[in-house]
Design a protein around this ligand. Structure first.
Ligand code: SF4
Length: 761
């Protein structure tokens, strides 16, 4: 670790290293600025970097507790292997990196020879730095068509639907609020305007700091005058301070969206100039939303009709305004339709690409371009073997999709042998998991995934701690370094709407661990040297990628707390969005496609429509008598990132148990008191969490937490750290997804609740 460099200095024997954070451990690519204090090679203090132009020294507890992760006694410190017969047992042997790599290389070559490379698939997860590199392992290292961004996740119900619909409608990366995030001088930037209203839809950014969005920026904007409209079943902190809170029935986002559009259109509140010049299909959109009167929206979604009308009027008549859409929109059957509504509202109000409106950029960054290049390295014959649903479902999934991969429900069906009679079928033999703990975190019906994965011949996982998934299934475990122990770059929004590039500067050594990128390059050199031998080091890799795309290199990024991207407004007028340099958007029509040509060409509705969730009091009224409540899942808490942090003492002390949030009126009905264990049962399964009574939820639904497991419990099968006991995904139906293959009801199902005596009941 160099002292006295552009990013490190030494004072009284303490090395202070400026860096930008990313998981592991932590969160999405927010890239908060940190100063890491290192003494005698050991992390002794974490503080926020006051000079970081986005975060200005603010941190959440997860980064403050970094030392508890780095020096945790359970941290994986050596590659581990065990015999396949010992899966589920704590019978690991420590090996060197070379021994682990030798084993993996030999097994991959054997599988290539015996079964073909297509029998290998990769799985990835969300948020972590590995998200940038995981799509490359499959094609460019393992030579398989079944890599890219494949998730053990029904309906790829996070980010994929939003990224895809943004591609279809705008030809752009996922849009963001213009929170002056592109500028060094931030809110003082000449020409920037503060949004008058912000729609916060299906998102709780103060707790999640999602993707590249630093949650505290909402507070910054509120202090500067922004008013809030929330669309959320829960009464969040932001909802309690909102001008309008549209408290919808879980899963009815598309109905609410069409209701908002109808008010804006029928009351003539839209931006005629923008619509006439830059929107395709406005008349079809107007026709589609005509039936969604405020009264009908209220009937379907439970949102008060007058609140809906008030919110639509306030939003459309106060330019500029903006909004942000969260994972809740991805997690229903009508996910892409809800996304269409969000983008259509922003477009017809004239808020796209204007100061204080919605910021859009091209969908790929420097790292995205490299990823596409590396993904294009399998033969056409191999590409043709990519797993798709052979019955023809989900044809849209990979068309213009921002993320690609194998559709999650299809993959489980394939593993379970559902398609054995089709000519295209072949057995899967090997899985490599990168940045994911699916049995605890995202896999719908997790015990089915567990059983379906067991027959695989060989499973490799890389992580920083032992997890239920590793204990259950892995044959080889590769220990990862934290972001403080390796070099890297942070690109917010995974590069899809990149407002800065930040350097992750290695502050201290952990010699037996490696980063995801180091493992990728190492294995690439072994298995496909023709693609990888030119990369001598991680630094050289980053420098090369940066210089290919910009007029600066790695040292220039390291020299500053964050390299700001800058922003040009109204790019569509200046020919800055399309590859041909013509004015317009990067879509087939060159316009915002309110009536989507891509969706229509695949037989999907070209304009938004509403689809009732498969399990609701409307679609299954008799079943709903037995399951009278709704559930939502997945709300974030400040001390944990998905399935991480359960073993970190101070983070666990802040949130010791999984909580089911219940309205006091409902709790009284069922004889449930604060802190009681409560079993929540859906038609698909059940799980148990501790009751927390609060009016944050109304009397019609409960909220259950996701991604819980208990590192303090017996890790061996069948207990697997208690991963099945409080697992919200037990409740989730398989293949209850939209026709695009996107969206799954992680946040909208029906359930019943009862008090039980313990977590084990
Ligand atoms: S949001 Fe929290 S965990 Fe994430 S980088 Fe910032 S301080 Fe760290």
């Amino acid at each position: 670790m160099a002292a006295d460099t552009a990013f490190a200095s030494e004072e009284n024997g303490v090395l202070k290293v400026r860096t930008c954070a990313w998981s592991p451990p932590g969160d999405h690519p927010v890239g908060c600025g940190l100063i890491l204090h290192v003494q005698d090679g050991k992390l002794v203090k974490v503080e926020g970097d006051p000079d970081h132009p986005i975060t200005h020294g603010r941190l959440c507890p997860r980064c403050i507790a970094l030392d508890e992760v780095v020096y945790h006694e359970d941290r994986l410190q050596h590659p581990l292997v065990r015999d396949r017969a010992d899966r589920g047992k704590n019978k690991w042997r420590e090996v060197t990196w070379d021994e682990a790599y030798d084993l993996i290389e030999a097994k991959v070559r054997e599988i290539w020879d015996k079964y073909g490379a297509e029998s290998i698939f990769t799985l990835t997860g969300t948020g972590r730095e590995s998200t940038l590199y995981a799509p490359v392992y499959g094609p460019a290292v393992l030579n398989t068509c079944n890599g890219a961004s494949t998730y053990a996740f029904s309906g790829q119900a996070c980010y994929g639907p939003r990224a895809t619909i943004a591609n279809y409608l705008l030809g752009a990366g996922v849009p963001e609020i213009d929170w002056a995030q592109y500028y060094e001088d931030r809110y003082d930037h000449p020409g920037w305007e503060c949004p008058k209203y912000l729609i916060i839809w299906g998102k709780d950014p103060l707790y999640s700091s999602p993707d590249g969005f630093f949650g505290h920026s909402i507070i910054d904007l509120m202090k500067r005058g922004s008013k809030i409209i929330t669309i959320d079943p829960r009464l969040t902190w932001l909802s309690s301070r909102a001008e309008f809170h549209l408290q919808l029935r879980p899963g009815t986002d598309a109905a609410v969206g069409m209701g908002l559009l109808r008010v804006i259109i029928t009351e003539d509140l839209y931006d005629h100039d923008f619509v006439e010049k830059w929107c395709f299909g406005f008349d079809e959109l107007a026709e589609a939303v005509k039936e969604w009167t405020p009264e009908k929206v209220q009937e379907v979604s439970w949102v008060d009709a007058q609140t809906l009308v008030g919110a639509a009027r306030a939003f459309a008549t106060n330019a500029p305004s903006s909004g942000i859409w969260g994972v809740a929109l991805d997690q229903s059957k009508a996910s892409t339709q809800a996304g269409q509504c969000f983008l259509a509202i922003m477009a017809i109000c004239g808020y796209l690409d204007v100061p204080g409106g919605i910021a859009i950029t091209k969908p790929t960054s420097f790292i995205g371009k490299w990823r596409y290049e590396m993904s294009d390295t399998i033969s056409p014959e191999m590409a043709a073997k990519h797993i798709v649903d052979p019955t023809g479902k989900y044809a849209l999934f990979n068309v213009g999709a921002a993320m690609g991969g194998v559709q999650g429900d299809t993959l489980l069906n394939w593993l379970e042998g559902m398609y054995k009679d089709y000519d295209c079928y072949y057995d899967l033999k090997m899985c490599w998991m990168i940045g994911t703990n699916p049995l605890a975190c995202m896999a719908d019906q997790p015990q089915r995934w567990y059983e379906a994965m067991k027959p695989l011949e060989f499973i490799v996982v890389q992580d920083i701690f032992m997890t239920p998934t590793i204990m259950a299934l892995a044959d080889v475990v590769l220990p990862l370094s934290t972001f403080a122990e390796h070099d890297g770059l942070v690109t917010p929004n995974f590069g899809r709407n990149q407002h800065f590039i930040g350097a992750m500067n290695k502050a201290f050594d952990n010699p037996n661990t490696k980063s995801d990128l180091e493992i990728l390059i190492d294995m690439g050199k072994r298995l496909r040297p023709e693609l990888w031998d030119r990369f001598e080091s991680v630094d050289q890799f980053f420098d090369e990628q940066l210089r290919k795309n910009y007029d600066f290199g790695l040292d220039d990024v390291r020299a500053v707390p964050a390299k700001m991207a800058g922003y040009e407004y109204r790019k569509y007028e200046k020919g800055l969005l399309r590859p041909d340099g013509e004015p317009g958007f990067d879509t087939m029509t060159g316009m915002v496609e309110l009536n989507s040509i891509v969706l229509a060409s695949y037989g999907e509705g070209a304009v938004p429509y509403y689809e009732e969730p498969e399990f609701s009091h409307i679609s299954k009224p008799e079943l709903a008598e037995e399951y009278p409540l709704y559930y939502t899942t997945g709300g974030r808490n400040i001390s944990m990132f998905h399935s991480e942090h359960r073993q970190v003492p101070s983070m666990r002390a802040m949130h010791p148990w999984p909580l089911v949030t219940i309205n006091p009126v409902v709790a009284e009905r069922y004889g449930i008191a604060e802190g009681d264990w409560v079993r929540v049962t859906s038609p698909q399964g059940h799980m148990t969490q501790k009751a927390h009574l609060t009016e944050e939820v109304n009397d019609k639904f409960v909220h259950v937490e996701h991604a819980w497991w208990f590192p303090e419990q017996d890790g061996e099968a069948p207990n697997l750290y208690g991963v099945w006991k409080a697992n919200a995904n037990n409740l989730i139906p398989h293949e209850s997804v939209g026709v695009t293959g996107y969206g799954a009801p992680y946040k909208n199902g029906i359930c019943k609740i009862e008090r039980v005596d313990s977590l084990d009941d």
